[in-house]
Design a protein around this ligand. Sequence first.
Ligand SMILES: Cc1cc2nc3c(=O)[nH]c(=O)nc-3n(C[C@H](O)[C@H](O)[C@H](O)COP(=O)(O)OP(=O)(O)OC[C@H]3O[C@@H](n4cnc5c(N)ncnc54)[C@H](O)[C@@H]3O)c2cc1C
Length: 390
Amino acid sequence: MKKFDVIVVGAGPAGSTAARHCAINNLSTLLLEKEKLPRFKPCGGGVTLAALNELDFEIPKNIIERECSGLKAGFNDHQNQVDFSSTVAYMVKRDKFDQKLADMAAEAGAELHDSEVCRDITCSSENITVQTDKNEYQGNIVIGADGFFSKVLKKIRGGFDKEEIRYCIITDIPLPEHEVTERIGDFAELQFGFVDFGYAWMFPKRDCISAGIGGMLSHAKVLKHRFKEMLEMWNLRTDLKTKGCFLPVSRFKHDICADRIMLTGDAAGFVDSFSGEGIRFAIISGKIAAETSLACHRKGSFKKSSLKYYQEKCFETFGSRLKQSNKLTDNLFKYPGVLLGEAIDNDDFLMRYLKTLTGELDLTDVIRPLMKMIPRLFLKKVISIFRMFK
Ligand SMILES: Cc1cc2nc3c(=O)[nH]c(=O)nc-3n(C[C@H](O)[C@H](O)[C@H](O)COP(=O)(O)OP(=O)(O)OC[C@H]3O[C@@H](n4cnc5c(N)ncnc54)[C@H](O)[C@@H]3O)c2cc1C
């Protein structure tokens, strides 16, 4: 049976980053991917500047479909747009972007096996064994980077709690490049109010517009109908095939490591609950998992107590960002009629929010001024209700 120091399951941004950094640190690394690469991944494909800055190599220009520098946002009759004047997010198609990340892992020395499915994992005090549809491998550590339906996650807990799951519907609408430019240019558009606790989006690519809608899992049934309304409002085709998919949003109540196992990216639920951004946290957690793997090999210990460093470092590095995002989601959507419209009308709020996507600001710099607005807005609302009955 072939042996490795580290076996990474899943070659998305989390897995390929983890595998690359393990290999750079001279750990023998196997990267398993169930699909044939390049593989389709349902995603908006917005890679924020903060995410791109986490990579230690350039993304070739031909992979970048568009550079977005502005945001259009709306909630009912509140419609606004801000131009950041420099790039906030790079629009990519995930098949090409993820292929590049996997290539970089292989170039660093990781052994990449695509079209090979991890079927089972068994852990003993001596090693951890990964059973695939083609072979069996032994390792010291397994990094679970296998996304929402993670097999590795199931070795730690049953699956995501209902409150941690968001549901999305997406489609790519093919259009000539000039038409994409005329309709939306280098702006990303978000429309709130069509679904509770979520939004519909329109992201420009080179030869299409990526449109989608996402919200709470409990609202999954109404999403298809709302999405059609949204596409009609945007004057976009409604006859194309759509794809439904899940998004995990951690509430930080569960461990993300066990003896010889770490969970990264979506498998750990590292997605921003307000924006749906996950690529950044997949890349960062992949890097921290590699750093932890190296430390464990140096120490010769692969027990949960040694791997706890991974969990603590993730929470320290971006845990508060994701928790703040949960808070922002809870507050904005709990009283949408009071806060959301005001936030959208406020250029300063939108600009500050964009700065959290470039990495210039922390979410607290957005939330604090917003919280200060709440008493005044409630008062305004109460006065307007009184006036209605006068
Ligand atoms: C509709 C939608 C829109 C989104 N838009 C954005 C966006 O615009 N910007 C952003 O930053 N984030 C976005 N996200 C979130 C983002 O897609 C994820 O957070 C990100 O892909 C997580 O990366 P990952 O490597 O953890 O998992 P994934 O990218 O899901 O990769 C997991 C990999 O594991 C493989 N795999 C699964 N099971 C096995 C197995 N048993 N054996 C071997 N391989 C396996 C899969 O084939 C896959 O390649 C969006 C998500 C959704 C659903």
